[in-house]
Design a protein around this ligand. Structure first.
Ligand SMILES: Nc1nc2c(c(=O)[nH]1)N[C@H]1C(S)=C(S)[C@@H](COP(=O)(O)OP(=O)(O)OC[C@H]3O[C@@H](n4cnc5c(=O)[nH]c(N)nc54)[C@H](O)[C@@H]3O)O[C@H]1N2
Ligand SMILES: Nc1nc2c(c(=O)[nH]1)N[C@H]1C(S)=C(S)[C@@H](COP(=O)(O)OP(=O)(O)OC[C@H]3O[C@@H](n4cnc5c(=O)[nH]c(N)nc54)[C@H](O)[C@@H]3O)O[C@H]1N2
Ligand code: SF4
Ligand SMILES: [Mo]
Length: 711
């Protein structure tokens, strides 16, 4: 057997942190935390906020405060596991790393010899560091020589990314640092539930409000975020584009737009003027129930305010029309000149810990590091030079996350490596994923736990947690920062990046994966990104540590970084932004007489994504132990549902039963169910797998359902 590239780690003294500074593993705020000794927790440690980072200094939400729990959970996978029974009855056998690497690489070679290089695919995640995201992309293209890689961020930021690229020529979630929020006089929050999803951002909004900002929320539900709002628009899912057209109609017809900004800095305004004409406030009131005077108040308020910000998130982006919805919200900023100026800007609020950096460096089916495009000849030349291969060796673009499962079902892909995702819980219409997993000849999962996805795996390798792996991440503002190692991996296991490099070695491509440390990987990433839109080439670990993070683009060692985008130019060739006139389209599955209600899905404050981590965190799980469907009293009455009764929800893909919360705070025809649970509680059994044409984002936020009270 070959010897391993990486040795088992020397263990530091048990439970003695090597440093005590880290960052929370959950959302894109990336609050800093410290581990301090305590006898309150059986690990001997407890999480406290840390003053070490300028974003949410001294603040942590419930998830951050409890983020150590899953790391030290007894169900952590501590050794490589191999499936021993063909029927997948959850029988695993422990094995050594050496055997695991040997057998996995042999199987990959066998499959690739029989079916070709593209028979093996990779599915990554947005919690992973920049270095691991980068390596997954490089591993797929250089070690596997396959075109098939994509990641869970496809389900997350892809519509926002496509809209940013179309309008601005670049995709950076927030175009301005959070510190500018307090100078905004008008803030529109559309389809974003910040109070539950980025809780430590709330003080920024409260500070703005204290200084006189008007806050508007647009959501089918009254949320914790909408409590802060001066105006709440409770719209039916799927009507954002039409609603925004009514705002633009007022802005155009009352001449509230910024003529000079439009002329000097944008293209496309005249087409928008034409397109929004039919969408008068009265017409849109008739179509949506949103009162015309309210529409006029918001349009005038935003346009006339000296400064203003629009934030969107998954509410309107996770739709087949998600790109167009986002573009229309961007139009509010472009027509009123509220971007690139102090206290003004647009932001698509990034979701995952490294949701920003994770989408920049090559995990995406069509991208190379630094936001370079895989199909672009000069991009291929640049990156292949850094990697020491010939550009002809680089595969072309693959397919999006959900389409990977369709390719498996079509027989084109035979193997998958999943690292940093739990796609059977988080993919739409997840029967398609189950079918795919059963069909695979090889499924390797690298995770902390035996997740619902891992239950289908042939191999389950222990992954490293956020406290164990050093690296860099990029927060929702585009701020790159360094996260140090705090704890050893259990059982002195390998780190995620070492697993990737070792596998490359066994596949005979080890010469391209020779790194002394994770810092080496970063330095190569920085080179590969040089000259790209997300340029990290002026960033080093030393600078990140000394300067407490740097905003990209940062193209040379003297460059101070770019906290604020578009102050002078947008990224299109002529330096201008593009205004896209949006004609509202229907969702993929409109309601009808058989399925008369809308199912929308989303998040709770106490759980995170597929729940793999937070369902293993007692303090969080006990507060939200099961999913509860939210419905309006009108709908409860209509279906004869009384309090404490369960409800059956049926879509064209199946039926599930849920406990119910009857609440005035939801649009009457809409039902909301959180998606943090697996198996018979997984709402993704019912969601629609229709994909947005450009971004390939699934329509998580809208599908047609019928409901029945369970007697
Ligand atoms: N607690 C917690 N925090 C998280 C996460 C988590 O799982 N739990 N996940 C992280 C990640 S990866 C992400 S992507 C973000 C997501 O953050 P958000 O996008 O803010 O979260 P969601 O709950 O998916 O959706 C936001 C809101 O959209 C509304 N909505 C539904 N349909 C529509 C519509 O048609 N139009 C409009 N305007 N609104 C609509 C929903 O009612 C919901 O309140 O959160 C991050 N933070
Ligand atoms: N119905 C519905 N479905 C949705 C959404 C929705 O709003 N509605 N939202 C979508 C969105 S925005 C997102 S982002 C996706 C996310 O969906 P998933 O990708 O399934 O999300 P996670 O639960 O974060 O999965 C991460 C997995 O990686 C493991 N993990 C965490 N950190 C590490 C690490 O450092 N190393 C390794 N090896 N493993 C690690 C965790 O234990 C977990 O099993 O869900 C999407 N699905
Ligand atoms: S706001 Fe986000 S990053 Fe901060 S502690 Fe909460 S989950 Fe973690
Ligand atoms: Mo996300």
């Amino acid at each position: 057997m070959p010897t391993m590239l990486f040795k088992k780690k020397k263990k530091t003294q048990k439970n003695q942190p090597v440093s005590n500074q880290s960052h929370c593993c959950y959302c894109s705020m990336q609050c800093s935390l410290q581990l301090v000794p305590s006898d309150k927790h059986e690990s001997g440690l407890v999480v406290k906020p840390s003053p070490d980072f300028p974003v949410a200094t001294g603040r942590l939400c419930q998830k951050g405060l409890n983020s150590l729990d899953h790391v030290v959970h007894p169900s952590r996978i501590k050794e490589p596991l191999v499936r021993v029974d063909q029927d997948r009855n959850n029988k695993w056998s422990n094995t050594s790393w050496n055997t695991a690497f040997d057998q996995i690489s042999d199987k990959i070679k066998e499959l690739q010899t029989t079916y070709g290089k593209d028979a093996v695919s990779v599915f990554g995640g947005g919690s992973l560091t920049n270095e691991v995201s980068y390596l997954l992309g490089k591993f797929t293209r250089v070690a596997l020589q396959s075109k098939y890689i994509d990641y869970n961020g496809r389900y997350c930021m892809s519509s926002a990314a496509a809209a940013g690229n179309k309008a601005f020529g670049v995709d950076r979630g927030l175009t301005l640092p959070l510190s500018e929020l307090e100078n905004a006089k008008y803030i529109i929050l559309a389809g974003t539930n910040i109070a539950e999803c980025q809780p430590t951002m709330m003080p920024y909004l409260m500070a703005a409000k204290k200084k006189g900002a008007v806050i508007v929320t647009i959501d089918p539900r009254n949320t914790k975020t909408s409590k802060l709002a001066d105006i709440h628009v409770r719209l039916q899912p799927g009507f954002d584009a039409m609603f925004v057209n009514s705002l633009l109609n007022v802005i155009v017809n009352e001449k509230l737009y910024d003529e000079k900004f439009i002329k000097d800095r944008t293209n496309g305004f005249s087409e928008l003027v034409e397109t929004v004409q039919p969408f008068t406030p009265d017409y849109v009131e008739e179509m949506t129930g949103i009162l015309a005077p309210k529409i006029r108040t918001i349009a005038r308020g935003f346009a006339k305010a000296k400064t203003g910000i629009v934030f969107t998130a998954r509410g309107l982006e996770q739709q087949v029309n998600g790109v167009e919805n986002t573009l229309n919200y961007i139009n509010l900023c472009l027509t009123t000149g509220k971007i690139g100026k102090p206290g003004s800007g647009f932001g698509a609020v990034t979701g995952q810990a490294n949701g920003q950096g994770g989408r920049e460096h090559g995990q995406k089916a069509d991208q190379l590091p630094g936001y370079r495009m895989l199909e672009n000849e000069s991009a291929r030349a640049h990156v292949s030079k850094v990697w020491g291969i010939s550009p002809d060796e680089l595969p072309k673009s693959g397919v999006s996350a959900f389409e990977l499962f369709e390719k498996i079902n079509a027989g084109d892909i035979k193997a998958m490596i999943v690292l940093g995702s739990n796609p059977i819980v988080s993919s739409p219409n997840n029967a398609v994923v189950e079918q795919a997993f059963k069909k695979l000849e090889l499924l390797v999962v690298v995770d902390l736990f035996e997740t619902e996805t891992a239950e289908y795996a042939d191999w389950l390798l222990p992954g490293s947690s956020f406290l164990e792996a050093e690296g860099t991440l990029t927060n929702l503002e585009g701020r790159v920062f360094h996260r140090g190692k705090v704890l050893d991996t259990p059982n002195e296991n390998l780190l995620d990046y070492e697993i990737i490099c070792e596998l490359a070695e066994r596949l005979g491509r080890g010469q391209y994966f020779q790194y002394e440390s994770i810092e080496d990987v970063f330095n190569e990433l920085a080179k590969a990104s040089a000259g790209g839109k997300a340029d990290y080439s002026g960033i080093t670990y030393k600078r990140l540590k000394e300067e407490k993070g740097l905003f990209w683009p940062c193209p040379d060692p003297e460059h101070p970084g770019t906290p604020k985008m578009f102050t002078k130019e947008f990224y299109h060739e002529d330096g201008k932004a593009k205004i896209f006139a949006i004609k509202p389209e229907k969702p993929a599955e409109p309601i009808d007489s058989e399925y008369p209600y809308i199912l929308t899905t989303g998040r709770l404050g106490n759980h995170y994504l597929s729940g793999a981590q937070t369902r293993r965190t007692e303090n969080l799980n006990k507060k939200s132990p099961i999913p509860v469907a939210e419905i309006h009293p009108w709908l409860a009455k209509k279906v004869g549902l009384i309090p404490n009764q369960k409800m059956k929800i049926t879509s064209r893909r199946g039926s599930l039963e849920f406990h119910v919360k009857i609440t005035e705070g939801i649009q009457p025809k809409t039902i909301f169910v959180p998606f943090h649970w697996g198996k018979e509680l997984a709402i993704n059994q019912l969601t629609n797998d229709a994909l947005a044409p450009i971004s390939r984002m699934p329509e998580f936020k809208i599908c047609a359902v019928k409901v029945k009270a369970i007697k």
